[in-house]
Design a binder for this molecule. Structure first.
Ligand code: 1HN
Length: 353
């Protein structure tokens, strides 16, 4: 019997020969599944302006433009494991309260007066702030100032879909009933203290608002004292204060600073990342693409694609990825490009990490 005839024969029994698919199942190294793509701030703003004419936040439930990777058309994915979108809310609008299994993280891009209510606590959001909505907690958004408020959303939707573990529910109230005063979680958990007897410490962070003023000050201090990393400049990750891990276990979020004149070493990491420029501008080389990314531009660094950063002026960059998930599973790897031109000392140091 020929190989083909054999394959067809056992297909009727829902079986298939492993020897025909083995290499595909265990590739020698990760294949690039996502394209390196950039969404320019101006395009985002123009399309969002039109979206505001087309639908209200309440009718849309969430007025969001999904950033879809061309490699995942129709799938609402920006990488194989991440969802990203840009959300806008106009003064006085309500994005109704709901909850779902997928966790969300947000980077506020523009506008004063935006707020989100998470688990009964209202949080005011300013540009540069990092806010999370942990798994399965009610959340609604609004804008109480005079300006539209826009932010970048990141969710672990593709992971939840892959595991088929998703639930969702609408809140009977359009807006949540406030059960805790604004600032409560920050007072309890952001001062290097935590209430004695507190039962947090599980996978969900009790802290869900990380103001940019603090993030910026931390980066500034790092840059005054430390040597910069040859690939990533000065890079911080957001943490859950009760365990030092990522506030969302499936996604990590980072803020990094590249000093003016930074010329980075080429490297790659297995986690695909979504990046957004918060301050300044950055020259990015990734795969076969080269961009100068400016404020509020959003771009994708596909997992295991070579990337390299250069900054003529100081740049602050936000990013999120599935790194904590990969690290938890023991999958995460990084590598410096062996053909990268670095000073011998730098290269040696980084390879030994
Ligand atoms: C969601 O609930 C929000 O709450 C934003 O702001 C984006 C994308 C997919 C599924 C749920 C939000 C979302 C989302």
């Amino acid at each position: 019997m020929s190989n083909n005839a054999f394959r067809d024969h056992i297909a009727h029994d829902n079986m298939t020969p492993l020897w025909e698919v083995l290499r595909g199942l265990t590739p020698r190294e990760p294949k690039q599944t996502a394209d390196p793509v950039i969404w320019r701030a101006e395009t985002i703003r123009q399309n969002m302006k039109m979206a505001c004419e087309v639908i209200s936040a309440e009718d849309a439930e969430r007025r969001v433009l999904v950033l879809e990777n061309p490699k995942f058309q129709g799938k609402s994915q920006i990488t194989s494991s991440l969802y990203a979108g840009i959300q806008m809310i106009l003064p006085g609008e309500v994005a109704p309260s709901h909850r779902h299994t997928a966790s969300a993280l947000r980077l506020i891009l523009s506008g004063q007066g935006g707020f989100t209510t998470v688990h009964g606590e209202k949080v005011l959001m300013n540009p540069g702030d990092f806010v999370i909505t942990p798994t399965n907690v009610f959340h609604d958004h609004g804008a109480q100032g005079t300006e539209p408020v826009m932010w970048l959303d990141g969710l672990d939707v593709p992971v939840v879909q892959m595991l088929n573990a998703g639930f969702s529910a609408d809140d009977p109230n359009l807006r949540q009933v406030l059960t805790r005063p604004t600032g409560d979680s920050n007072a309890r958990f952001a001062a290097g203290l935590r209430p004695v007897g507190d039962t947090h410490g599980g996978p969900v962070s009790p802290l869900f608002h990380y103001p940019y003023s603090r993030t910026r000050a931390a980066l500034e201090q790092l840059s005054l004292v430390d040597e910069w990393d040859a690939c990533n400049g000065f890079k911080l990750m957001f943490t859950n204060p009760t365990n030092g891990l990522s506030p969302i276990r499936s996604m990590g979020a980072f803020m990094q600073m590249f000093p003016a004149g930074f010329k980075g070493t080429s490297f790659r990491e297995t986690d695909g990342a979504v990046c957004c420029v918060v301050e300044g501008s950055l020259r990015v080389q990734v795969g076969d693409q080269t961009w100068t990314a400016c404020k509020d531009d959003v771009f994708v660094l596909p997992g295991w694609a070579w990337r390299c950063f250069e900054a003529d002026e100081q740049c602050v960059l936000f990013s999120f990825s599935d790194r904590p998930l990969q690290e938890h599973l023991g999958f995460w790897r990084s590598e410096i490009n062996p053909s990268a031109t670095t000073t011998p000392g730098e290269n040696h140091e980084n390879l030994s990490v």
